[in-house]
Design a protein around this ligand. Structure first.
Ligand SMILES: NC(=O)c1ccc[n+]([C@@H]2O[C@H](COP(=O)([O-])OP(=O)(O)OC[C@H]3O[C@@H](n4cnc5c(N)ncnc54)[C@H](OP(=O)(O)O)[C@@H]3O)[C@@H](O)[C@H]2O)c1
Length: 319
C-alpha cells in the first residue's frame, strides 16, 4: 500500500494518468473500535469511572441532531454511555455556562462535547473558556489546543485526528510533503495544519481570502479540504498523483457530498477519501477513543495520561 502511494507521488512530474486509491474509513474504524474496547477494559482495571460522554445541544439543528444520533450509536457500539443535554434556543449565556460547569463537576461524566452550531447569542468562546480541559474530548480549549501546538499529549480534535489516522493507515509518508489545507477553523483546518507540521509536512493554510487557491493546490502533494463548500476542489486544481482528503459534509439534492468534485478529482489524484465513507466514520471513533483518554486523564489528573488510550503513539507524540 505504502509503495503504491509513494509511486503515485513519484509520478507527479510525469503527468502519467493515475487511478486513485480510494481511502475508505471503514478499516480504520474497525481497528479503532477494537482498540477502544481494549483500552476501556484497561481503564476499568485501573479503577477508572465507567466512561460516559455528555453532549450538549442547544436548539434544533438537523445536522447537529444527526451528529448526536451518530455519536450515540458509536458510543453504544464500544460500551461508552452517552447522555444528551438538550437546551432551548433561548438559553442565556449564564445558563449555558452553568450547564457546562455542571458537567465539568460531575464525576460520572468522562467527556463533554458541545454540538455546533450554537445559536448566535452563545459564541463558541463560552465553551472554549469554560469547558474543563480534562473533559474536552474535541480538543477545543486553550490547554488542549496549546498542548497540540507544542507537541505535548493532549485531547486532539477528533476530525483532523481521524484524517491523520487515515493517512497513516494507507501508508502515506508525510515528512517533506507539500500540503495545502483549505479551511482554518479551530476544529478541523487549523489543528490539521498543526498535526501535519508536527509530522514534518510543509503546510500552507488557505481560506476565503486566499489568492489563487487553484495555483496553491496544484503545487501540493497533499490537499485536505474542510470548507463546507461542495465542489470547491476541482479536477484541474490537483496535481496528478496527489493525495486528497475530503472532510466536507454537505447535502446537495438530498445526497451527502464532500467539498471535492469527486468524479473529476478521482481521475487525477493518487489517493482520495470518498464522501460518504471516508473521514466521517473515523471521526466518531476517535471521539470514543478521546472519551477513554479523558478517563485516563481523570485518574491521573493530567493530560499527560491521555496517551494510555492510544495504541499507536505516533498520533500523540510525534515521530
Ligand atoms: N468529516 C467529519 O467528521 C467532519 C467533522 C466536522 C466538520 N466536518 C465538515 O467539514 C467542513 C468544515 O467544517 P468546519 O467546522 O471547519 O467549518 P467552518 O468553521 O465553517 O470553517 C470553514 C473554513 O473553510 C474556509 N472556506 C469556506 N469556503 C471557502 C472557499 N470557498 N475557499 C477557501 N476557503 C473556504 C473558511 O474560510 P474563512 O476562515 O476565511 O471563513 C473557514 O476557514 C464542513 O463541511 C463540516 O460539515 C466534517
Amino acid at each position: 500500500m505504502a509503495r503504491r502511494i509513494q509511486s503515485a507521488i513519484g509520478w507527479l512530474s510525469t503527468g502519467a494518468s493515475v487511478t486513485a486509491l480510494v481511502m475508505r474509513g471503514a478499516p480504520i474504524a474497525t481497528r479503532l473500535r477494537s482498540e477502544v474496547i481494549a483500552t476501556a477494559a484497561i481503564l476499568r482495571d485501573r479503577g477508572g469511572t465507567p466512561p460516559r460522554l455528555a453532549t450538549i445541544l442547544v436548539g434544533r439543528h438537523a445536522a447537529a441532531e444527526a451528529y448526536q444520533d451518530g455519536i450515540k450509536r458509536t458510543m453504544e457500539s464500544v460500551g461508552i454511555r452517552h447522555g444528551a443535554t438538550l437546551l432551548p434556543t433561548a438559553t442565556t449565556p449564564d445558563d449555558f455556562v452553568a450547564a457546562v460547569l455542571e458537567l465539568n463537576a460531575d464525576p460520572g461524566v468522562t467527556g463533554v462535547l458541545v454540538l455546533m452550531p450554537l445559536p448566535p447569542h452563545l459564541g463558541p468562546d463560552l465553551v472554549i473558556e469554560h469547558l474543563s480541559p480534562l473533559k474536552d474530548v474535541d480538543g477545543l480549549t486553550p490547554t488542549n489546543a496549546g498542548r497540540l501546538y507544542l507537541g505535548l499529549p493532549s485531547l486532539r480534535p477528533s476530525t483532523p485526528q481521524g484524517g491523520m489516522e487515515i493517512l497513516d493507515h494507507y501508508g502515506i509518508h508525510l515528512a517533506g510533503l507539500n500540503a495545502v489545507v483549505i479551511g482554518r477553523s479551530n476544529v478541523v483546518g487549523r489543528p490539521l495544519a498543526t498535526m501535519l507540521t508536527l509530522r514534518h509536512a510543509t503546510v500552507t493554510v488557505c481560506h476565503r481570502q486566499t489568492r489563487d487557491l487553484a495555483l496553491k493546490c496544484r503545487g501540493a502533494d497533499l490537499v485536505a479540504v474542510a470548507a463546507g463548500h461542495p465542489g470547491l476542489l476541482r479536477g484541474d486544481m490537483v496535481r496528478p498523483g496527489a493525495i486528497v482528503v475530503d472532510f466536507g459534509v454537505n447535502v446537495v439534492d438530498d445526497a451527502l457530498v464532500g467539498d471535492v468534485d469527486y468524479a473529476a478529482v478521482s481521475q487525477v489524484a493518487g489517493a482520495i477519501t470518498p464522501v460518504p465513507g471516508g473521514t466521517g466514520p473515523v471521526t466518531r471513533l476517535v471521539l470514543a477513543r478521546n472519551t477513554i483518554a479523558a478517563g485516563f486523564a481523570a485518574i491521573g489528573g493530567s493530560l499527560d495520561h491521555v496517551a494510555f488510550a492510544t495504541v499507536d503513539d505516533r498520533s500523540n507524540g510525534e515521530a
